[in-house]
Design a protein around this ligand. Structure first.
Ligand code: KIV
Length: 271
């Protein structure tokens, strides 16, 4: 059943209206055609083609190795499936931080080659020139503050960010800077719930939290984590909606046994 066809396409303007009406925004990551089709059919508001693909799809320890070409491959696969959801794509590490011209070139490649709706970048004031240049080309941008995984080598750890006053003040300033620049939203990752609530109340654009408590305008989780495919990652903020790890292992073991015992294929399954 495909129920998405008659529903209006989610745009950045719809997200803005959702914030104004107090309607929460549901975002999940997606990296491939088949899963994106299911997410869209379930009526997810936003699919994030996250650079977490580097971890969950490619098996790297960090998000740093994924390339622009690989992000475009994932984003194109998702775009072929989606009719309703807004599709946001991460600009990968090293494609926007150094130079605003390169940032614009990277963002244009994603938009042109995948057909995605918007891009996401990590950081505040330090990447403002890149954000301004991308926005001036008519490309919607969402920021990402707090725990920014592309900076893991600076942080040294994935612990909660902005627990001290100085970092919290910088985060609030950065959120305002991104709002003034014209970003359509900000992802807030792994920060105290009170700080996330403060930021959410102080800006007019939607905040999307991951490990940022309930007082934000929406939530995002990594698909493989919320489905329970990945059992090694158990931060406090993660709610597992399924134990797909055990379900998939069970299915694989049944198939293997059936093949070994010549129970598959049976008479009805042959030509
Ligand atoms: O890459 C990603 O999946 C993300 C989310 C964790 C917000 O940036």
């Amino acid at each position: 059943m495909n129920t998405t066809r008659e529903l209006p396409k989610i745009t950045t303007h719809v997200l803005q209206e959702m914030k104004q009406k107090g309607e929460k925004i549901a975002m999940l990551t997606g990296y491939d055609y088949s899963t994106a089709k299911l997410l869209d059919e379930a009526r997810i508001d936003v699919i994030l083609v996250g650079d977490s693909a580097s971890n969950v799809m490619a098996g790297h320890n960090t998000t740093l190795p994924i390339t622009l070409d690989q992000m475009i491959y994932h984003a194109s696969s998702v775009m072929r499936a989606v009719e309703r959801a807004l599709v946001v794509v991460d600009l990968p590490f090293g494609t926007y931080q150094g130079n605003s011209k390169e940032a614009l070139y990277s963002a244009i490649r994603i938009m042109k080659e995948s057909g995605a709706n918007a891009i996401k970048v990590e950081g505040g004031e330090e990447i403002l020139e890149s954000v301004d240049r991308i926005l001036s080309a008519g490309i919607p941008v969402i920021g990402h503050l707090g725990l920014t995984p592309q900076s893991i080598n600076k942080f040294g750890t994935y612990v909660v960010r902005a627990t001290g006053q100085e970092e919290a003040e910088k985060l609030k300033r950065d959120a305002k800077i991104l709002e003034s620049a014209g970003c359509f939203g900000v992802v807030l990752e792994k920060i105290p719930a009170t700080l996330a609530a403060d930021v959410t109340n102080s800006i007019s654009i939607p905040t999307i939290g991951i490990g940022a408590g309930p007082h934000v305008d929406g939530q995002v989780l990594v698909l493989h984590d919320m489905l329970g495919i990945n059992q090694d990652f158990s931060p406090r903020f993660l709610r597992r909606y399924h134990n797909l790890h055990d379900e998939m292992i069970k299915a694989f073991v049944s198939y293997i046994d059936d093949v070994k015992e010549v129970r598959f294929p049976n008479d009805k399954e042959k030509y």
